[in-house]
Design a protein around this ligand. Structure first.
Ligand SMILES: Cc1ncc(COP(=O)(O)O)c(C=O)c1O
Length: 407
């Protein structure tokens, strides 16, 4: 592989942008399906999918058609007017998720903020919690985004240090323990807000009964159960929603990432009309949320998940891929976690760090990224084929074998 053109682009990003990311040093300029190319023409298999936002693959032809058609017809109006795209999109997303209503936003963090505001309003107006006393229970190790309120309940010091004063009203308890949630609930608790599988936390899968136990507790105590499926939703875990592995229905659901079909930021908060009734005119909104282009793309992106069998592909190939890691029996691997095409491989840091391993894989044509020091995430577009996975498995195995030999 040659890398002659890359450095000048890297230099420009670092010279003119702050250092709030530490990207893998590769400069991408083209993508199609599961493959991406850098500016020097080197080709890579995308095992990151933009943190699961590119589940449909890069530049999905059907979505590209929608993008062209809708953007040449009507792209942006603001919510000051009705459009002929938003209603049909809301109808599609609510019916397939079994919620009464959806409130459209753009980024995942905005949809989480929406959920927090909706839960607090519901807490004050339906549950009669005393003014400004509402509490939301969250889980240690969570990741829900980067706004000031959201980082207020992060467990990651670097996400919140010196960004204060932080927003009060959040109680963080052990992830995976329904008992810890039950203990933390009091008369001021409006909601429990958790990820069904913690993504940025390291692909942490909770115990089997966690979600159903939390569901039961929330129902008993009149507390909203809100799930953040920005990353786990829309087929990533081998079901449309990760909560469907537990056969429950939450009271609120947050979606994002893949909802934009790999083209644009589209997110939403879904809930019952009982919760949504309190979001009255002027109380919440977004200039871009639910714009005609986003609505048209999101509607088609949702339909394609089913039409093209992407959820089933995630389930079947996810299992296949996960087993391939287990069968490698490499000393470098200490744990393999995840559901569907969302796999976290824990590596022994005495051999190599997550970052170093993703650098080795980069040189062999695989794009991946560590989450925390010791976990590498493999989350390819859901359109990936068995042949592509076999190709990647061979390379990963060869790389791990070399690491063991060199130690
Ligand atoms: C579970 C979860 N919630 C929220 C977010 C924030 O989404 P965004 O980066 O679009 O604001 C993320 C992003 O990784 C996420 O994984």
């Amino acid at each position: 592989m040659t890398y002659s053109k890359q450095q000048s682009f890297i230099d420009k990003e670092t010279d003119f942008g702050p250092d709030n990311y530490k990207p893998i040093p590769v400069v991408l300029s083209k993508a199609k399906g599961v493959w991406v190319w850098d500016v020097d023409g080197n080709k890579y298999l995308d095992m990151m999918s933009a943190y699961s936002a590119v589940s449909h693959g890069h530049s999905h032809p059907e979505l590209l058609k929608v993008l062209h058609k809708q953007s040449s017809q009507l792209a942006l109006t603001s919510r000051a007017f009705y459009t002929d795209t938003l209603g049909p999109y809301l109808e599609t997303i609510t019916s397939l998720s079994n919620f009464d209503m959806a409130l459209p936003m753009n980024s995942g963090a905005e949809a989480v903020e929406t959920a927090i505001k909706a839960a607090r309003r519901w807490g004050y107006r339906s549950k009669n919690i005393e003014t400004d006393k509402a509490e939301i229970i969250v889980a240690d190790g969570n990741f829900h985004g980067r706004t000031t309120t959201i980082v207020s309940f992060s467990s990651e010091p670097n996400s919140k240090d010196d960004f204060g004063p932080l927003t009060p009203g959040f109680i963080s308890v052990e992830f995976g323990s329904a008992k810890a949630i039950e203990k933390a609930i009091n008369k001021n608790t409006a909601a429990v807000l958790i990820e069904p599988i913690q993504g940025e936390g390291g692909i942490i899968v909770p115990p089997e009964n966690y979600l159903s136990d939390v569901r039961e507790i929330c129902t008993q105590k009149n507390v909203l159960m809100i799930l953040d499926e920005v990353q786990s939703g829309l087929g990533r875990t081998g079901k449309m929603f990760a909560f469907q592995h537990s056969d429950i229905q939450p009271d609120g659901l947050i979606l994002g990432k893949a909802l934009g079909g790999g083209f644009m930021p589209v997110s939403c908060f879904l809930s019952s009309s009982e919760v949504m009734q309190w979001l009255t005119p002027g109380s919440h909104g977004s200039t871009f949320g639910g714009n005609p282009l986003a609505a048209a793309i999101a509607k088609r992106a949702l339909e394609l998940l089913d039409e093209e069998g992407l959820i089933e592909n995630s389930r079947v190939l996810g299992e296949y891929f996960k087993n391939a890691f287990i069968e490698m029996k490499s000393n470098v691997i200490t744990d393999v976690r995840g559901k569907g095409l969302w796999i976290g491989v824990e590596i022994d840091p005495s051999y190599i760090s997550g970052k170093e391993l993703s650098m080795l894989l980069l040189k062999k044509g695989i794009l991946s990224k560590e989450t925390h020091e010791t976990v590498i995430r493999f989350a390819p577009p859901l359109i990936i084929t068995k042949e592509d996975i076999d190709w990647a498995v061979n390379i990963i195995k060869e790389t791990l074998d070399e690491i063991v030999l060199e130690k």
